[in-house]
Design a protein around this ligand. Structure first.
Ligand SMILES: *[C@@H]1O[C@H](CO)[C@@H](O)[C@H](O)[C@H]1NC(C)=O
Length: 244
């Protein structure tokens, strides 16, 4: 019994829990931690990140070697649209707050994915607004591409259309493009009920949101909301009592 309590407290104290973790995917670190050199749009995650600096600089390149994925499969994607895809990549690669939405998956290139991460309305709407006049040939960008040349090309039975024809709404874009990795919400930025893809350095609002949903989902007890400092203190007290 005491052993179990100790174990629970040690894991809380070290923070290796659903509220601070990295998924087991292609480029993620094993554990989150500070990364001083994160590049440009990924820089807001410097304090605590699942990505390495080289992943973040590569994430800003067209057809980066991260996934060999070509944004420009229907002509050049505009910069105003592309910045949202870069942000999406930063969020996916760097965020240590996606634990409650991580699922096992049977794919050759990763063992875990995210499912139904609740995005703030404005982040999703801005993504759609800035991309609606760009072109694409597919609704689901995860699968169905022609990879015969090593980079994704539009498959034979498709043609390039405006984003707004492929994705009639912001919701359809955010949910369908990465096969339900994201869930559109009507919650607004700062509400504590949705995750933000965009935030300023030092002001990551997502840990509290993840904690809220983890409690709702029964993934952590309310006790975990005591947080790491409290767990460390408790651990110290218990240990000193034990060995005094
Ligand atoms: C980044 O660098 C590390 C080691 O320094 C390497 O293992 C990893 O594959 C690199 N990642 C990318 C995306 O280049």
């Amino acid at each position: 019994m005491l052993g179990l309590v100790l174990l629970a407290m040690v894991s809380m104290a070290t923070g290796e829990d659903v509220l601070n973790m990295c998924m087991d995917a292609k480029h993620h670190k094993v554990h989150p931690g500070p990364e001083g050199d994160l590049y440009q749009q990924c820089a807001p995650w410097k304090n605590n990140a699942c990505c390495m600096a080289n992943t973040t600089s590569e994430a800003h390149n067209d057809q980066s070697y991260l996934y060999n994925f070509n944004w420009n499969h229907c002509g050049m994607m505009t910069d105003k649209c592309k910045k949202h895809f870069i942000q999406d990549t930063c969020f996916y690669e760097c965020s240590p707050n996606l634990g409650p939405w991580i699922q096992k998956v049977d794919q050759s290139w990763r063992r875990e994915r995210i499912l139904y991460v609740p995005l703030c309305k404005e982040d999703c709407s801005a993504w759609w607004e800035d991309c609606k006049d760009d072109y694409t040939c597919k609704e689901n960008w995860h699968k169905g591409w022609d990879w015969s040349t090593g980079i994704n090309r539009c498959p034979a039975n498709t043609h390039c259309q405006k984003f707004s024809d492929v994705f009639p709404t912001a919701q359809s874009l955010c949910e369908k493009i990465w096969s339900d990795s994201y869930k559109y919400t009507t919650h607004i930025r700062g509400s504590g009920r949705c995750l933000q893809m965009w935030f300023e350095y030092g002001k990551n609002p997502n840990p509290e949101v993840a904690q809220y949903y983890a409690i709702q989902m029964g993934l952590v007890g309310k006790a975990s909301s005591l947080g790491r400092p409290a767990a460390l203190l408790l651990l110290t007290v218990v240990l000193s009592l034990l060995f005094s």
